[in-house]
Design a binder for this molecule. Structure first.
Ligand code: NAG
Ligand code: NAG
Ligand code: NAG
Ligand code: NAG
Length: 503
């Protein structure tokens, strides 16, 4: 009897050890040198051959540069597109485990390195898996055009501080690409809660104290969760998904959630299309913009749901020809142009249209915010057909933007002109209209048409519409009456050609 159960026990132990060892083995597979042999896909022999020739061109990832192969020329040549145009590269074939636990970064790097070389190739991140991927750069400039990043699975970010070094500006980065598309039903999950708890008071990027003080609310800091963590997350928080220096990029279908900071950022891009995107993070997660645009032109964002803790869409300097329509925003801080002109910088923003937007439970609705002391201009902005419900400040222009209690006064300002608000309707909880323009450079050509804003039943302390140094046209009647907008042009107007921005 005793011998029998001893055997059983030994057997169980052996099995347990085998299972344990194989799990170690599995996780190590992606780190080891032989990952290509481990889970060889249909293209594996191809990879082996090509890896030798093109190993240096992928330029993927910053973590560990491979030992340099001797390059024949200092200027890398753009590779000829190999014949297999449209090939597919599945991260599973490169050793990705997709178990939410093993680090799949290397598999992603390797799949990308091969996808990069083929015009109109597809990199596949399949459904039904959860890939743990560390900071990674999918970068050109030597990649072929029109690559499709088919994202149907879930990509999750590391939550241990070590993976982030001293802090990085982004987690998943796509740079210097032409015609790249990210498409699918998948999810990018930044698992940002480990970052948010540290930051409310440490990081005054955009705490919006002005509005908070108007509301007479005290921010209470969440209790730190650091006791359960090995070490503190770096103070620089990454954007979840960032595009830089790219042309004609598309993001569609996917969900981006719980970013440590901004969810989706386009910087220095020309030709951006975002639709059927979903962004989701808690309303109290700090600095978690939905979509952030900077130095980017010809941008179309539509049919998208944005819930986050900061601006749903933030349009920064250098943006022109931006069209946003059919977007749901809330919770969040609304759709904002700015803040612009911080630290005396010049900012130029023009030709922005925001149409057919529902805002629910947001701080501001449609807003322009500039710092004192800047220069440049914001011109040619249309906010049309904006439905608000329980929005603190539906219409706002603030040329005294300041993210802490007081900022130094300056005479120069980012000039604001040709701004139209039409068909803005719904309920507010603090102040329906706040248009506060520079003393030295009044806002010009501000047009308000079909404004119908009623106090929400749950509003606390309601304020009347406020304007300061704002000139333009009011198309009455409005609800409430807006008596503060000055008709016509100011006697001492500024010259739009002298703002330092393109005409
Ligand atoms: C702000 O709240 C404090 C305490 O609740 C109250 O005493 C004060 O009058 C409030 N101030 C305004 C401007 O509502
Ligand atoms: C981007 O798309 C536009 C419109 O389809 C096209 O005219 C332009 O050449 C494209 N840009 C690049 C760099 O391919
Ligand atoms: C303004 O931007 C829109 C895209 O939103 C574009 O179609 C239009 O041509 C632009 N207007 C000018 C004058 O560039
Ligand atoms: C800035 O100007 C405002 C309005 O004129 C004034 O109330 C405020 O005290 C000034 N702030 C500083 C720091 O000078």
């Amino acid at each position: 009897m005793g011998g029998f159960s001893f055997k059983k026990l030994t057997f169980a132990l052996v099995i347990a050890i085998l299972v344990w060892a194989s799990s170690i083995e599995t996780c190590n597979a992606r780190r080891g040198k032989h990952w290509r042999h481990g889970k060889a896909g249909p293209f594996s022999s191809l990879y082996k051959k090509k890896a030798k020739n093109h190993g240096h061109q992928g330029n993927v990832g910053k973590s560990k540069p491979k030992p340099k192969e001797k390059q024949p020329l200092p200027i890398p040549e753009v590779p000829q597109a190999p014949p297999q145009k449209g090939s597919k590269f599945n991260v599973l074939d490169y050793g990705a485990q997709g178990d939410g636990n093993c680090d799949d970064t290397k598999a992603f790097q390797a799949a990308w390195a091969d996808a990069c070389k083929v015009e109109a190739s597809t990199m596949i991140v399949p459904a039904g898996y959860e890939f743990l991927v560390g900071p990674i750069s999918f970068s050109g400039p030597y990649c072929q055009r029109n690559i499709l990043f088919q994202l149907d699975g879930t990509i999750i970010a590391p939550t241990n501080a070590n993976a982030w070094g001293k802090g990085l500006l982004q987690w998943l980065e796509f740079t210097k690409l032409v015609g790249l598309t990210i498409k699918g039903k998948g999810t990018i999950d930044g698992r940002g809660s480990v970052w948010w708890t540290h930051s409310i008071l440490d990081d005054p990027i955009d705490n919006e104290d002005l509005l908070v003080s108007l509301l007479n609310i005290t921010i209470t800091q969440s209790p730190p969760v650091s006791s359960s963590m090995e070490s503190k997350m770096p103070s620089t928080k990454p954007t979840a998904l960032r595009f830089y220096g790219s042309f004609n990029v598309t993001v569609t279908g996917i969900t981006i959630q719980n970013s440590p900071q901004c969810h989706l950022k386009f910087d220095s891009c020309n030709g951006v299309l975002v639709y059927s995107l979903s962004v989701s993070s808690p309303g109290d997660s700090p600095n978690t913009d939905g979509i952030h645009l900077q130095n980017s032109q010809n941008v179309l964002i539509h049919t998208t749901d944005l819930s986050c803790g900061d601006d749903c869409i933030s349009i920064q300097t250098g943006c022109t020809n931006v069209f946003v329509h059919d977007v749901n925003c809330g919770p969040g801080h609304g759709i904002s142009i700015g803040s612009l002109g911080k630290d005396g910088t010049t900012a130029c923003v023009s030709n922005i249209t925001v149409r057919n937007v529902n805002m629910h439970n947001t701080m501001t609705g449609v807003r322009i915010k500039t710092w004192q002391g800047g220069s440049g201009s914001v011109k040619g902005v249309l906010f049309s057909n904006i439905q608000v419900s329980d929005v603190q400040f539906p219409i706002m222009i603030d040329q005294y933007y300041c993210d802490h209690s007081s900022c130094t006064n300056h005479t120069s300002a980012v000039a604001v002109s040709n701004i139209a608000y039409e068909n803005i309707k719904g309920t507010y909880t603090v102040k329906p209209v706040h248009v506060s323009c520079s003393d030295s450079m009044p806002c010009m050509d501000v047009r308000l048409t079909d404004i119908e804003l009623n106090p929400a039943p749950k509003g606390y302390h309601m304020y009347d519409p406020f304007c300061w140094n704002a000139f333009g046209e009011l198309y009455a009647p409005t609800v409430p009456q807006i008596g503060c907008l000055q008709q016509g042009t100011p006697s001492s107007s500024w010259d739009p050609t002298e703002t330092g921005c393109p005409a």
